[in-house]
Every structure is written in C-alpha cells, then in structure tokens.
Design a protein around this ligand. Structure first.
Ligand SMILES: [Zn+2]
Length: 453
C-alpha cells in the first residue's frame, strides 16, 4: 500500500461517489453521494456534524475528490483548521494513475513496460518521503505526478499489470532510476550532472535515432544572461568576450565550459550552465556553437524523418496559438480530466504546446475544423550504428569549440532533459525495433537486475 497526499492544507473538500462508507474512530456513519468536508480545528465537519480526525471513506467504486477520482481509501485528516486528503491504495493501482502522465499511451507496449518498472522503482524508493505530513508521496512532480483513475488507459494499465512487482535493483537495493525525455543520442553520466557517481548511470550511446519532433533545438543566450549566471556563482569575468567547451564526455557531450571576459576567466559545468540560464531555454547540455557541429548523421536522419511527417500534416500552422494563461491552463487540465480529448489529441498537445489553445477552443466549441488530424508518430527504418553496445570514446565533435561573444551566443543542441538514465524517445525507438522492456532497462541501467518485490 502507498499513501498519496492529493490535497494538503485546504479549508474544505468536495467529495462524491456511489456507495461511500464513512467511519471515524472505528464508528461508521452515513454520508450522501456528494458532500463537502470541512476542517474545524482537529475535527472533520460533514453536514454540520463534527467527527474526530481522521475520517476514512471507502467504496467499491472510485471516490471523487474535486476533479479527480481515486480507487482505494480516502482519508480526511484535519489539523489546525486545515484539511489533508490522502489516497491510500495498492502500489500497483497507484502506478496506473502515474503512467499515463509519464509517457504516451500510444507508444509500443515494451517501452510502456520499461517506464512502469522505473516508476515503480522510484515510487518504492520515495516511500515515507512525506511521513511528517502523514503520507508517503505527494501527487506533484516533487515525487511523481499522480491523477488517480482519470488517466487510466488500456495500454498503460497493461504495462503495469504485465510488470507486476518488478523493480530495478543494483546489488540488492533499489536502483536510482532517473529518466529524461530525450537524451539526444547518448545518455549523460550522472557524475557530470549532479556530482555523485553511480556505476549504472554512465554514458550510453543509443543504437537508433530518436524521432522526437523536438530532437533538435536552437537557443540564443545573451552575454548579460551569462554574466548574471557567472555572478550568481561568484565567478564573474567582467564583460564576457569568449565562451568555450573545454571538456566533453565519451559521446562528445560538453561537460565543462570556460568563460573569458575583461576581468578574467572562470568555468562552469555544462549542467550548472543549463540550470543557471534556464532548463527550458537550454534544453540539454548536448549543444554546439554551430549548426554543422550539432548535426550528427543520426540527427540528420531524424530531421529528414520529421520532414516527411511534417509534409503529411494538414496545415499545422493553423493550429498554433498564443500560450494559455494560468486560468486557461487550469481549464484545459479540467477538460483533460473529463476525458474531452482523445489520446491522439493529448499526445499532440504534449508535442506541440502551442496547439493547446486550439484544443481548448475546440473543446469549448469555438473551433469547428474537423479536417485537422493530430500528428501520429511514424516508424522510420534506421540502421543501428556499428558500435551500439560499446562505450568507445568518439572523436570530439567537428563543431567549433569556442566562440567570440558579441552580444549573444547561439547554441545548437539536441535532446531534452538532463539525459541521465533512460531516454524515453530513445527507449521508444528501441521498442519500435523489437527490443523487450528488460533489454531496454539493461541498456540504460547496465549492471542492474530486474527483480520482483
Ligand atoms: Zn513529494
């Protein structure tokens, strides 16, 4: 069992569901199919009656709290006039409420299974993280995003069922199953990102190109942004004149950067640089200073694969719109929770956030266009690289290793995320080429074992 904090410190909660059985202090009492629970001091108040905290709700049907429905038990706890809602349920059921957010339910079953195993491993290693608040894990990305039965799906549920109890272990203990969206072709060594080494989180060159629509990116960083970043670390160099890559990992990913300015020279790891400038702007540390340097042959394949997909898409620009504000985002989230969109549409939104407005308008009935078909990932045959299983050092990229800074620096990168551990887009390509979940996990976490817990 796992206890998930789904609401923390709220004044009241709207609960609904069929056949809810309520109890407090071992005594059962009747509740209607919809009611509001409030906190008064350390008591839970329902329909004017006060009950000693905690109040436990059970049903054979999912119980709804606000917009989300949950399997298992709902525990209402009052403290200091504030309510905490905890969903207590079987870990396997919990994972079904996690997986549909972590990964696209449209992808091949073996990649979904690999994700199920690492999400389970992560969940078990997070047990008790919030024990001071009376639960094990929260439902945000601080632990893992969890949305109850709202995001259950046939394929993701299957992935959880078929991997029941399986976790990744290293020398008998739960492994640190980090993952990222897209490694850009080779994973990062955890030591280069967070400092502490781990024998199974090392550089791995992927065998197949990723078909992520965002496999490549460009960013323009100003000298002022870099100067501010250096100042924050107490490493000011005055007016920035030059930026260079002075160290790379075995796959050619920059790991150490040097900055030269009017007042001296200093260094940052590329991971520090990415976080200081902003992880959404500098999407990965796998970047170069020239477009030619950033394009590997596999990157070129990705681009041509993408172009062929793009050409088949009807009027993609028509779907682009201004970013949603916070209120509109909340509205869209509610519509997603109400299953107003198909899985294809949800995937399309994830891939193209600029289309969120289009989908919001469509759901609200302000767009009538029925001709638009969401993008579907395509399988493209791609030959595996020769030294796939080896971790041979490769020649440093042919790209420029330093640039003179006059106002701005252009970065040309690939991949998205820190790159440590499993790459979702890399794993998807492997599954599309027939790899099993176990083979994928053994690739990304070498030396680990899959065990049943
Ligand atoms: Zn948390």
């Amino acid at each position: 069992m796992i206890r998930v904090g789904v609401e923390v410190g709220i004044p009241s909660a709207v609960i609904s569901g069929q056949g809810i059985a309520a109890s407090a202090g071992g005594k059962r009492f009747a509740v209607p199919s919809s009611f509001t629970a409030q906190a008064h001091g350390a008591n839970v108040v329902i329909h004017g009656k006060s009950y000693a905290s905690p109040v436990i709700l059970t049903s054979t049907q999912p119980i709804r709290c606000g917009k989300t429905a949950y399997e298992g038990e709902i525990v209402l706890r009052a403290q200091g006039g504030r309510l905490t809602v905890v969903n207590k349920l079987d870990v396997e059921k919990y994972l079904r409420g996690v997986l549909g957010i972590e990964i696209s339910p449209l992808w091949a079953l073996e990649v979904l299974k690999a994700q199920a195993v690492i999400s389970r491993t992560y969940a078990l290693s997070q047990m008790g993280r919030h024990s001071s608040q009376g639960f094990d894990v929260c439902d945000t990305d601080h632990c893992q995003v969890y949305r109850g039965v709202n995001i259950h799906g046939a394929t993701t549920d299957q992935a959880v069922i078929q991997t029941r109890g399986q976790v990744v272990t290293y020398r008998g203990t739960l492994a640190r199953t980090f993952f990222s969206s897209d490694s850009g072709g080779a994973t990062s060594d955890i030591r280069d990102v967070w400092g502490k080494p781990e024998p199974y989180l090392v550089v791995r060159r992927e065998p197949y190109p990723s078909q992520s629509p965002k496999a490549e990116w460009e960013a323009t960083v100003t000298a002022a942004e870099i100067q501010n970043a250096l100042a924050k670390k107490g490493k000011s160099v005055g007016t920035l004149r030059e930026m260079g890559i002075i160290q790379r990992d075995a796959a050619g990913r920059p790991t150490l950067l040097r900055f030269t300015g009017s007042a001296g020279t200093s260094t940052l790891t590329s991971a520090e640089f990415r976080m200081l400038i902003g992880a959404r702007k500098v999407r990965s540390t796998f970047f170069e200073f020239s477009r030619a340097g950033a394009s590997s042959s596999s990157a070129e394949q990705r681009v041509s694969a993408l172009r062929s997909v793009e050409q088949r898409k009807p009027a993609p620009r028509a779907m682009a719109g201004a970013p949603l504000n916070a209120e509109e985002k909340e509205h869209l989230r509610a519509l997603i929770a109400q299953k107003k969109f198909t899985v294809d549409e949800r995937l399309d939104m994830l891939m193209y956030p600029e289309r969120e407005r289009f989908y919001l308008n469509k759901a609200l009935g302000t767009v009538q266009d029925k001709t638009i078909v969401p993008h579907e990932p395509e399988k493209q045959p791609a030959p595996p690289q020769a030294d796939v299983e080896e971790n041979k050092p490769v020649r440093a990229s042919a790209g420029v290793t330093s640039v003179t800074v006059s106002g701005t620096v252009s970065l040309y990168g690939r991949g998205w995320g820190h790159g440590v551990g499993l790459s979702q887009w890399g794993a998807k390509a492997m599954a599309d080429h027939g790899w099993s979940a176990e083979k994928i996990l053994n690739f990304y976490y070498p030396g680990t074992v899959i065990q049943r817990r």
